[in-house]
Design a protein around this ligand. Sequence first.
Ligand SMILES: C[S@@+](CC[C@H](N)C(=O)[O-])C[C@H]1O[C@@H](n2cnc3c(N)ncnc32)[C@H](O)[C@@H]1O
Length: 280
Amino acid sequence: MNQNNILYMGKRLKLLLNRIIMLYTIKTTPFLKKMGAINKPIKKYLLQFREIEGWLNLKFIPILSLINQFQIDRHIEGGVAEIGIHHGKLFIPLFIFCDENEFSLAIDCFEKQEFNYDNSGKGDYKIFINNLKKFSGGKKLVNLKIIKEDSTKLNAETYLRKVENNKFRIFSIDGCHTAEATKIDLKNSYGCLTEGGVIIIDDYFNHHWPGVSQGVNAFFNEYKSDLKPFFVGFNKILFTNKKYADKYIKFISEKIPPTRTSSLFGSQVVIYGPNDFLIE
Ligand SMILES: C[S@@+](CC[C@H](N)C(=O)[O-])C[C@H]1O[C@@H](n2cnc3c(N)ncnc32)[C@H](O)[C@@H]1O
């Protein structure tokens, strides 16, 4: 057997092993087994989860799935967007959940890494597109819009123009993690969020990226908004309009009970996952 064959066999074996691990994880994690609203392409995506490089807790997918279901049930319409794509690990499920008539918008500086001011991840356009084709359950790349720019130089109007002025129902912020960039990204995403939509912020409680909480807090100090946090867990914090926060809490926690509840910025929030900061 020549070296190329050995390499090929090794890759196949790794792939198989990854799928077996994922199958086992899905079957043995009550959180994942309980996913009532899960659809076929998402199940496939979960099986391939370990093959996509990125930063995402697997257990966030059932939560995302419930948010999607909540919005479908209540006719909360709009597209999905993410700032900070890397290789598309979170964007892919957002894209899958998106109806073919809805827009999905991916924003990353990609090859212009000089705008990645604090070296958070490293977007790669080619890998991202390949991953989208490979892991989106065969979904055609229609109504997909991509912006390859520094998000701190953009505004809500730019995002809306790109998607024919349709607002967004889910907007994830995971780009540059400095306080200033986080504040700008949050302001812009709020500016194009549909009523009842959800903003996802990554790393708010991650002590490696203190700029994120500083930026979110600065947003609330400087701008008037009706945004309320309602969910904390799996390294994400979720916000929606005041009117909807309790409704999301009820819907999610009835299906998947939270670890505990608390309050943040004066709103009730449900908290998921263990408190693992004390574990060495
Ligand atoms: C932590 S990674 C995103 C991880 C991704 N959400 C996932 O699911 O794995 C951060 C991304 O933000 C991008 N980024 C960093 N600074 C940026 C900026 N100023 N404007 C746009 N994108 C930026 C990086 O290129 C990188 O792809």
